[in-house]
Ligand binder design. Structure first.
Ligand code: SF4
Length: 376
């Protein structure tokens, strides 16, 4: 474990898996010892040899494989290459030069729109990879190999970057490592308020923390188990005070009846809560889904309001609100943001060139400020 001050066990969140599954040999990793020391000793522990075999065994007898999987924590070694280019590079979409590393799979929250329900639908566990030393070795090699490239690395593709940080303190490894880099920044993307480890760390260099935000009515309806808007903003404020760079994702934007007023109020709350000049950017992305996700959402979240509007498939096969409605939503929300701060950088996530041009009047690579963002 790196020599770093991490939130004490008295500040733990109350995530308590029903069982801890330990791959043979993982106890030798310092991170595993740390995790076990932070979880109650009464939680049953079981060893396993091979995660594929375990996965097969566990998924066979279950009704809601994905949902039940959130209650089982499996600690395993990742055996492939950690660093991947962001899957945002899909047909017709504009990409923002982003890399992802997946240190964990599944999430303790249960948002109705979460694509993991489909992507990890047969995954009966919350998996955390514990060989972080291998990840850091790989990153160091790649960053050195391409000294002229700027790497923007996120850990929040298949999980929330911080929700479990009090139990599985990945940031204890990642923050000191990224502090030392000359061509890489780390983005921690979250809906959580688990920032104790960040606040206890002395150096914010090369770290960006970003929060997904939605109006509280949408959080209540569609983001089960997540901290409130106020808690997220309070955490963001504490990180700004500590010197971290902070950004926000309005993603997914969900067009419930009265969405204009709901997003206008959200923007007012955001601007009234934080020194907005310290906010790096706000990104906008509308609700989108692969066709296979729809029936999963309807089964797992029968009360959802996600399907009250019409959606059509785009070039990447994902369904979205119709283009005029998306355009209108982006223009409206961007307009609210810009009316409060002309300087604020606002960009679109997972959108087509046509929508970019329609909403911002610019092609992504034709705008200097956006280029700086993409090349961050
Ligand atoms: S916070 Fe993100 S990863 Fe977690 S359930 Fe919600 S959408 Fe999925």
């Amino acid at each position: 474990m790196p020599n770093n001050t991490i939130g004490s066990s008295s500040t733990l969140i109350d995530y308590q898996p029903e069982i801890i599954l330990l791959e043979d040999g993982v106890e030798e990793y310092p991170l595993v010892q740390e995790i076990l020391s932070r979880l109650p000793s009464e939680i049953p522990r079981k060893k396993f040899q091979d995660i594929s075999t375990l996965t097969e065994q566990m998924r066979s007898s279950q009704h809601d494989v994905f949902g039940e999987g959130k209650k089982r924590l499996a600690l395993s070694r990742f055996k492939g290459s950690f660093l991947k280019k962001c899957p945002g590079i899909s047909p017709g979409m504009v990409c923002c030069n982003y890399y992802v590393v997946n240190l964990a799979k599944n999430c303790i929250y249960d948002c109705s729109y979460c694509f993991l329900q489909d992507f990890l639908g047969n995954n009966p566990m919350q998996v955390a990879y514990v060989n972080v030393e291998d990840l850091l070795g790989e990153l160091e090699e790649v960053f050195k190999q391409y000294p002229d490239r700027n790497f923007r690395v996120g850990t929040g593709e298949l999980t929330d970057s911080l929700a479990l940080d009090a139990t599985i303190p990945y940031t204890a490894y990642l923050l000191p490592f990224f502090n030392q880099q000359t061509n890489a920044v780390l983005e921690l993307k979250t809906k959580s308020d688990q920032v104790a480890n960040l606040l206890n760390h002395s150096d914010p260099t090369n770290i960006i923390v970003s929060w997904s935000l939605n109006p509280q009515t949408i959080i209540d309806l569609e983001e089960k188990g997540t901290p409130s808007l106020a808690q997220r903003l309070e955490s963001a404020r504490a990180c700004i005070d500590k010197g971290y760079r902070v950004g926000f994702h309005f993603d997914p934007i969900i067009l419930i009846p009265g969405w204009e007023e709901a997003y206008r109020q959200l923007i007012d709350i955001l601007f009234d809560s934080l020194p907005i000049a310290k906010v790096e950017w706000v990104s906008l992305g509308s609700f989108r889904y692969r066709p296979s996700l729809k029936h999963i959402i309807k089964n797992r979240h029968p009360e959802t309001r996600l399907f009250t509007s019409e959606h059509l498939p785009g070039k990447d096969g994902k369904f979205r609100y119709l283009r005029p409605l998306r355009n209108h939503a982006y223009e409206t929300i961007r307009g609210y943001l810009k009316s409060r701060s002309e300087e604020l950088s606002v960009y679109l996530c997972m959108e087509t060139r046509e929508i970019w041009e329609g909403v911002t009047g610019k092609t992504p690579r034709s705008d200097k400020k956006l280029d700086q963002f993409f090349d961050l």
